[in-house]
Design a protein around this ligand. Structure first.
Ligand SMILES: Nc1nc2c(c(=O)[nH]1)N[C@H]1C(S)=C(S)[C@@H](COP(=O)(O)OP(=O)(O)OC[C@H]3O[C@@H](n4cnc5c(=O)[nH]c(N)nc54)[C@H](O)[C@@H]3O)O[C@H]1N2
Ligand SMILES: Nc1nc2c(c(=O)[nH]1)N[C@H]1C(S)=C(S)[C@@H](COP(=O)(O)OP(=O)(O)OC[C@H]3O[C@@H](n4cnc5c(=O)[nH]c(N)nc54)[C@H](O)[C@@H]3O)O[C@H]1N2
Ligand SMILES: [Mo]
Length: 767
């Protein structure tokens, strides 16, 4: 007998028709006008699963630290749960008593799944905090540079800024021109951390365009903006956005159209930035001609755009991708400066945005309610890394790093505990990570699927997916909350992360504190009850579960938010949280850090790799952007992602001229390579990509030709074997995946077979 139940994922809500073991059909949530196709992959919930606790053979036979170069190579031995839990508890005890809790890396970055209670990282951190703590991570892969820079410039956290973005109802009514660096990709707005009820971005943009808003997309890829908006595409060289913005600012100042009143009243440091802009200080005037030589956008076009920008209400936007580059702090600082030159910050539909389109919630106009969220005690350990410094941490115990004005030391990591993330998907320079990953004694991973990280672990504990448990879900920035219903039985012997940690907490003597004597379902009810206390008038838990969701906003989201409106209306009564209370176009604080790679005002600095670097052996700029057919590496084994593959590999798009020069046709298997590594991919020749640029989305499951051998090609097309592992600057140390040069060649001969979704090899312990 089949049933229909509602659930929510990071890419939206669905009704799932299922029997106890299988998803029979995935139906869109009735209230979603633009459901994401990624949901169809949920039907593959039973593929590539970890069925039982699995231990790497060398580790099981010889203990912690055994043959760590055989991670990803050794077969696994399946054991029963009690054996596995005893081994994990014993190893945690050994490491914390011998080396201290700093030796446990629990940063465990990753998106895991939607669901407020069964959120894998939250469960891990809560558990580790009760047993003495762990080395943590700060910031995100998404927007680390923004997280560190924005407080210096605007005196608020990036999260506060994100929530305060001017809402689409205001933009659709007021904005004449949207100039967006990195587009406003609807493919990305499918997703919202925690999930969402309705996909609204496409509708809002079409409404704005119908009213007369014009769009300019400054990006290496045309379809970063919807075709239907009939925007203008300016295909700048990747990573030259700061130069283009400086050229625009110069053109505005040259025509004496800068808003001097705004710059004087609401900003500090304009004089410093102006002397840099005009070249008074460094002898280089940042003219449109100067910007044209760097970016490839003609000077006349830059001047024309500058004069269009001053004529009406103009919104500037920069996607998150643009700050995942070398010196990624600069485009964010400079776009704020450019908006200040225009003087429309705080006016309806004017000013700037940092990430419209990156996820569904930015500016969605939805009413927001607080909670619910899982409480966690503070982490007793102070040690941390900026999130993308994971290989550096493992390779340089005792070494130091700079971060936001401080100098810190990398602890000596003995144990990695990862839960709900896939570093062998998300980290840059996977060959370097492979070396680093050999350092610790033990790697423990909870995973539903045989991800590359699970394969490279010593102990893999099978976790349930959200389809196998009850939860409640929905993003803080959305006006829906879903009662996520269990739709199938747990696969194999999979357990909830919470139940795994409860059993470990019991072995380590902290069960009562960790569980508060609630089962998972009791916790879910408890969190809902807390939410109800915070927000009176909501139905009780039984009623919530019966209805499947609650919607606490108006029928059409209409929240009217104008970024920095109060500050503009009265900067003395509503000063910013910066030292000056104003927008800091020059920051004494940042200048005081003395970082040559992040000076005191926005500055053009040549990226480590870009198309302006003459004589490179690798003449193409790789854009490894977010995939349209999955969430990062999640559900790559699912129907929607598999349908998008070319020659069984991740599609790589290249411009017809670049393809012709290399004798490449659509459908060919190609090698994408540089000095750091190589992967195979399936060619798609497409003039939506700027010449000199190739696009290979992230997330194809890492499938090395020879597992465990650094430098061996990935047969399936994971771009992170190519990307560079270096921080944005000493300020934020953010990841820089979008700064990467490669070469592409046709694969000669019969391409090797690729089986990315097969489970690893299993043996008996004594085999
Ligand atoms: N080249 C390149 N690399 C990038 C980026 C890029 O633009 N280019 N973008 C970066 C960005 S912005 C991000 S956010 C990262 C994303 O990197 P990640 O968030 O690490 O990637 P995911 O594939 O979402 O990994 C989540 C993992 O959690 C597992 N999981 C799901 N639910 C559960 C659960 O309930 N319990 C447990 N234990 N596990 C679960 C999934 O199976 C999956 O393996 O990638 C980064 N990497
Ligand atoms: N479908 C889907 N949606 C997602 C995700 C997913 O995995 N799948 N992941 C989510 C996550 S975790 C995040 S952080 C966001 C990320 O959101 P973004 O960081 O904005 O996403 P990207 O797809 O990396 O980049 C968007 C576009 O920026 C352009 N771009 C890249 N480099 C440059 C540059 O130097 N200059 C300019 N002007 N443009 C450039 C590329 O053409 C690219 O297509 O997406 C979220 N949305
Ligand atoms: Mo992200």
């Amino acid at each position: 007998m089949s049933t229909r139940r509602l659930t929510v994922t990071h890419w939206g809500a669905y009704e799932l028709e299922s029997d106890r073991n299988d998803i029979l059909a995935v139906l869109p949530f009735a209230e979603d006008p633009d459901p994401s196709p990624i949901g169809q992959s949920l039907k593959d919930v039973a593929r590539s699963r970890v069925a039982r606790p699995s231990i790497r053979r060398s580790w099981l036979l010889d203990g912690p630290g055994a043959a760590t170069e055989r991670r990803g190579v050794d077969p696994f031995v399946e054991v029963d749960w009690d054996t596995a839990l005893d081994l994990v508890a014993g190893e945690l005890e050994r490491v914390r008593s011998r080396y201290g809790n700093e030796a446990i890396f629990g940063g465990s970055y990753g998106w895991a799944s939607a669901g407020r209670f069964h959120h894998a990282q939250s469960q891990l951190r809560r558990f580790l905090s009760f047993i003495g703590g762990y080395t943590a991570k700060v910031d995100t892969y998404s927007h680390a540079a923004a997280e560190v820079l924005v407080p210096h410039v605007l005196g608020m956290s990036y999260n506060e800024l994100q929530a305060a973005h001017t809402s689409w109802p205001v933009i659709a009514e007021h904005t004449d021109l949207i100039v967006t660096f990195g587009g406003i990709p609807v493919k990305n707005a499918q997703v919202q951390s925690g999930g969402h009820g309705r996909h609204l971005l496409r509708g809002w943009m079409e409404q704005a365009a119908a009213r007369g808003t014009r769009f300019v997309n400054i990006s290496p890829i045309r379809d970063d903006l919807l075709d239907t908006l009939e925007g203008r595409w300016l295909a700048a060289r990747p990573n030259t956005d700061v130069a283009v913005m400086l050229g625009l600012a110069y053109a505005i100042v040259e025509a004496d159209q800068q808003d001097t009143d705004f710059l004087d009243r609401y900003c500090v440091g304009w004089d410093r930035l102006l002397s840099y802009l005009t070249g008074e200080r460094d002898g280089v005037a940042k003219t449109p001609e100067w910007a044209a030589a760097l970016s490839g956008i003609e000077a006349g076009v830059i001047r024309e755009l500058a004069s269009a920008m001053v004529k009406g209400r103009t919104l500037l936007n920069v996607s998150w991708s643009v700050q995942r580059t070398d010196h990624g702090e600069q485009p964010y600082w400079m776009v704020i400066a450019l908006a200040a030159v225009l003087g429309q910050i705080g006016l309806p539909g004017g000013g700037f945005g940092l990430g419209y389109g990156a996820i569904g919630s930015i500016g969605n106009g939805a009413t927001r309610l607080p909670g619910p969220s899982l409480p966690s005690p503070p982490n007793p350990v102070a040690a941390f890394i900026p999130v993308a410094r994971i290989s550096d941490l493992l390779l340089n115990p005792g070494g130091t790093f700079d971060y936001n004005g401080g100098t810190y030391t990398y602890p000596d990591t003995r144990l990695i505990y990862w839960c709900g993330g896939n570093p062998f998907h998300h980290h840059q320079d996977l060959n370097r990570l492979l070396d680093a990953w050999r350092k610790p004694d033990t790697v423990i991973v909870h995973e539903p699927f045989w991800s590359a990280t699970a394969r490279n672990a010593d102990i893999v504990l099978p976790a349930t997916t959200p389809l196998e448990r009850n939860d409640l879900g929905g993003a803080a920035a959305d006006d829906y909350l879903f009662a996520m219903a269990q739709v199938v039985d747990p696969f194999g012997q999979a357990r909830n992360d919470y139940d795994i940690f409860s059993a470990l907490a019991d072995r380590l003597g902290v069960a009562e504190a960790f569980t508060e004597e609630r089962t998972a379902d009791e916790w879910v009810r408890h969190l809902y009850d807390e939410f109800r206390e915070m927000n009176p008038g909501q139905p009780d838990h039984d009623e919530f579960v019966r209805r499947g969701f609650l919607h606490h906003g108006p029928d059409q989201p209409t929240e009217r938010v104008v970024l920095l409106e109060a500050f503009r209306s009265d900067p003395d009564r509503h000063p910013l949280g910066t030292p000056s209370g104003r927008i800091e176009l020059f920051s004494e604080t940042v200048a005081g850090f003395g970082y040559e790679d992040c000076p005191g005002h926005p500055t053009w600095m040549e990226p480590a790799e870009w198309l302006g670097r003459a004589g490179s052996d690798f003449p193409l700029h790789l854009i490894s952007n977010q995939p349209s057919t999955r969430l990062h590496s999640q559900w790559d084994h699912g129907e929607t992602s598999r349908k998008g593959k070319v020659a069984e590999r991740e599609p790589v798009r290249l411009h017809p001229a670049d393809a012709a020069a290399r004798g490449i046709a659509s459908g060919d298997v190609v090698r994408v390579f540089n000095a750091r590594g190589e992967c195979l991919a399936g060619a798609v020749v497409d003039d939506a990509v700027r010449s000199g640029v190739v696009q290979l989305a992230t997330g194809a499951w890492y499938t090395p030709a020879q597992p465990g051998v650094a430098g061996t090609p990935c047969l399936h097309g994971n771009p992170n074997v190519l990307t560079r592992d270096a921080g944005t600057s000493r300020l934020a140390q953010g990841p820089t995946a979008h700064t990467c040069l490669v070469e592409v060649a046709r694969y000669e001969g019969e391409p090797p077979a690729v089986r990315p979704f097969d489970p690893p090899e299993f043996v008996q312990a004594d085999a």
